[in-house]
Design a protein around this ligand. Structure first.
Ligand code: IPM
Ligand code: MG
Length: 352
C-alpha cells in the first residue's frame, strides 16, 4: 500500500502526523510519501498543486489529505489560491463520490447546539457529487456589460452519466445501511435539477430494496435541523452537498470529529477531515486529530477493503472518548484536556 500524505496548510501537518502514527502502529506494511499542497506548495513551488505533487498522488494507492487554506493568499488570482489544490485533485483524479458521515458519539451529545434528544445517536451519511455542477461548469467569469457595469456568472450543469454514477454509489451505500435514500435537489426551479431527479428515479429501478425520497434543498436544510434522524443516506449535487454537509457536521457539535472519503469508480480515494486549515490554532499543538485519524480508518475500509483494521481504529477512537480525553474543541467541564500529540498517544494506547 502506497499512501501519499498531503499535509497542506495550517493545522494540516499536525493532524496528519497523528493519523500516520496510527496507521504505522497497525503494521500493515504501508509506504508513506509526502508532498506539498495548497498555500505551502504555492510558497515553495509557485503553484498550489505542483505537477510533482499531482504525479505522486496519481502513483499512490490512496491519499491522506490534511487541509488547505491560507488567508494571506486570498488576494491571489483564483487559479493560484490554496483551495484550487483540492478542487484540482478531485477533478484530475475523478473523485466524484464524496462520503461525509455525520455521527453523534454518545459522549459528545452535549457538544451540539441542538437539544440532545434531537441528535442523540444520529448517524447519517451525505453522498455529495464532487466533480460537476456549478463548481466546474463553463462558462464562468466576470465581464463588463455594455452599460459599463460588471456581471458575474457561473454555470450549473450535470450530464446524465454524472448523475447516474453518483446515484448508484449512493444507492449501494444505502443498501449497506438503513436502506433509505433521500435525493436533494431544486427540481422546482432549476432544469439541471429536474434532470437530476429524473435520472435518480431511473436508477432507483435497480434498487427496489432501497426506499427513495426527494426533498428540495431549502426544505432539506430545514429538516436537518428539525428532525435530522429522519435521514439515513442523502445524495445531492456538489454545491448543495457542500452546504448541507457543513450544516450536518454541526448537528454533531464537533466538526473536529468528522472524516470524509472522496472516491473514483475504482475505490481509489482521497481521505480528509471535513474541517479546514484552522490558521488561528495552527502550530499550537491543540488541534483535534480525530477527524484525520477517522479518515485513515475510512481509507482502510474503502480503498483497501481492510474492515478489521478500520474497525480497530474506530473502536480506539470511541474508547479514548469514553476514557474522557478531549481536545479543546470538544472539551466539557471535568474532561481530560489534551493536545494534538497526546490525543494521538491516547489512540495508540487504545489500539494496543
Ligand atoms: C469542502 C470545502 C471545499 C469545497 C473548498 C475548500 C474548495 O468547502 O470540501 O467542503 O467547497 O468543496
Ligand atoms: Mg465545504
Amino acid at each position: 500500500m502506497k499512501i501519499c500524505v498531503l499535509a497542506g496548510d495550517g493545522i494540516g501537518p499536525e493532524i496528519t502526523k497523528q493519523a500516520v502514527r496510527v496507521l504505522d502502529a497497525l503494521n500493515l506494511g504501508i509506504q508513506f510519501s509526502e508532498a506539498q499542497v495548497g498555500g505551502a506548495a504555492y510558497r515553495a513551488a509557485g503553484h498550489p498543486l505542483p505537477p510533482a505533487t499531482l504525479n505522486l498522488a496519481k502513483n499512490s494507492d490512496a491519499i491522506l489529505f490534511g487541509a488547505v487554506g491560507d488567508f494571506s493568499l486570498d488576494k491571489l488570482p483564483r487559479e493560484l489560491r490554496p483551495e484550487q489544490a483540492i478542487l484540482g485533485l478531485r477533478k484530475e483524479l475523478n473523485l466524484f463520490a464524496n462520503f461525509r458521515p455525520a455521527i453523534v458519539y454518545p459522549e459528545l451529545v452535549h457538544a451540539s447546539t441542538l437539544k440532545a434528544d434531537v441528535v442523540a445517536s444520529l448517524d447519517i451519511l451525505i453522498v455529495r457529487e464532487l466533480t460537476g455542477d456549478i463548481y466546474f461548469g463553463k462558462p464562468r467569469g466576470i465581464h463588463t456589460l455594455p452599460n459599463g457595469e460588471r456581471e458575474g456568472f457561473d454555470t450549473m450543469r450535470y450530464s446524465e452519466s454524472e448523475i447516474r454514477r453518483v446515484a448508484h454509489v449512493a444507492f449501494q451505500a444505502a443498501r449497506k445501511r438503513g436502506k433509505r435514500l433521500c435525493s436533494v435537489d431544486k427540481a422546482n426551479v432549476l432544469d439541471t435539477m429536474q434532470l437530476w431527479r429524473e435520472v435518480v428515479v431511473q436508477v432507483a429501478v435497480d434498487y427496489p430494496d432501497v426506499e427513495l425520497s426527494h426533498q428540495y434543498v431549502d426544505n432539506a436544510a430545514m429538516q436537518l435541523l428539525k428532525n435530522p434522524k429522519q435521514f439515513d443516506v442523502i445524495v445531492t449535487g456538489n454545491m448543495f452537498g457542500d452546504i448541507l454537509s457543513d450544516e450536518a457536521s454541526m448537528l454533531t457539535g464537533s466538526i473536529g470529529m468528522l472524516p470524509s472519503a472522496s472516491l473514483n469508480e475504482h475505490n481509489f480515494g482521497l481521505y480528509e477531515p471535513i474541517h479546514g486549515s484552522a490558521p488561528d490554532i495552527a502550530g499550537k499543538g491543540v488541534a483535534n486529530p480525530l477527524a484525520t485519524i477517522l479518515s485513515a480508518a475510512m481509507m482502510l475500509r474503502y480503498t483497501f477493503a481492510d474492515v478489521a483494521s478500520a474497525d480497530k481504529i474506530d473502536d480506539a477512537v470511541k474508547r479514548v472518548l469514553a476514557q474522557g480525553y478531549r481536545t479543546a474543541d470538544i472539551a466539557e467541564p471535568g474532561a481530560t484536556l489534551v493536545g494534538t500529540a497526546q490525543m494521538g498517544d491516547a489512540v495508540l494506547a487504545a489500539l494496543a
